[in-house]
Design a binder for this molecule. Structure first.
Ligand SMILES: [Zn+2]
Ligand SMILES: [Zn+2]
Length: 304
């Protein structure tokens, strides 16, 4: 089973013909997580055949409009679809106030429970754990409080060796606990070690989302060794001063960050609208970190 990332929007600041503001969907097994919700997210979900009713968890990095202005529209649509299961939004303080005001002004009483969980700036925090993944928040370094998110897949059960089931006459009722790592004790009290009965567990996969931020190596420990790292690369390095003044990162810096974080794959995005196409940014990043992918709207990346 795959871990699949769909880029719904990878532009910064304002929408363009080719790029929507930030939004992504991460699918871990049957679980869907929405990361940021820029303007246009609903249409992009439709284009990518992703159904909003599949979501129970939304993560909002910060309160610049390019990361959350699609949220009220999405929440309103879920109400119009008569959603009846709760929705959980992990977000900066004040977003609840903003959404509550919009609901009050429009006289809307949602058909479902809406729960807000405020992010805190105190280092790495485990914010939600489902059967499929654990999600952590950590602080970025931006003009206003901003958070990154790390998704760590839960360990998956090991596979049994068929011939060992027959050899030791293992009953069906014992299989689940052996797949979860327990040894087997046969009727004579002999302990059969787990390693003999199972194939090694598959490695769990990790994804980290880092947008928006100035280049900051103090963030590296939170994302060390991830399989897939999304890092903003708003500008080319020739505009380093602009990037620094605006608390953004250049493509070269994003690649340096990925290299030092020992990420396996880097995706750059959150491009300034001045870049029609981004091959210069991609080439710049690849001079430092070869395994870089340039995000584009509707791009799907799978970690198998
Ligand atoms: Zn932004
Ligand atoms: Zn921002």
């Amino acid at each position: 089973m795959s871990l699949k990332l769909t880029i719904l929007g990878c532009g910064s600041a304002t929408p363009t013909i080719d790029r929507n503001p930030t939004a992504q969907v991460l699918q871990v097994l049957e679980r869907f997580f929405l990361i940021d919700c820029g303007e246009g997210t609903q249409l992009q979900m439709r284009r990518n055949k992703i159904r909003p009713r599949h979501f129970d968890h939304i993560f909002i990095s910060h309160l610049h409009g390019d990361h959350y202005l699609g949220l009220f529209g999405l929440l309103s649509s879920l109400h119009l679809y008569s959603r009846n299961k709760p929705m959980y939004v992990f977000c900066p303080p004040k977003l609840k106030e903003i959404i509550d005001l919009q609901l009050t002004a429009s006289g809307t009483r949602l058909s479902y429970e809406l729960h807000f969980h405020e992010l805190v700036e105190n280092g790495e925090q485990l914010i939600i754990e489902t059967n499929e993944a654990a999600v952590y928040s950590f602080p970025m370094n931006h003009r206003i409080p901003c958070w990154g998110f790390k998704f760590v897949e839960k360990p998956r059960p090991k596979s049994m060796k068929g011939e060992k089931i027959r050899e030791y006459n293992i009953s069906f009722s014992k299989i689940d606990e052996i797949r979860n790592g327990n040894n087997f004790v046969n009727e004579n009290g002999k302990i059969i070690p787990n390693d003999e009965l199972t194939f090694p567990a598959k490695e769990t996969r990790t994804y980290a989302f880092c947008s928006d931020t100035i280049y900051d190596e103090s963030i590296i420990p939170y994302v060390k060794g991830v399989d897939l790292l999304y890092h903003e690369a708003t500008f080319a390095h020739e505009l380093l001063d602009k990037a620094t003044n605006r608390y953004h990162t250049t493509a070269l810096q994003a690649a340096t960050f990925a290299l030092k974080a020992e990420a396996k794959t880097l995706i750059i995005g959150h491009y300034s609208s001045r870049y029609g196409e981004v091959s210069a940014l991609l080439n710049e990043a690849r001079t430092v970190f070869e395994n870089t992918i340039a995000a584009s709207d509707n791009l799907v990346i799978e970690i198998s």
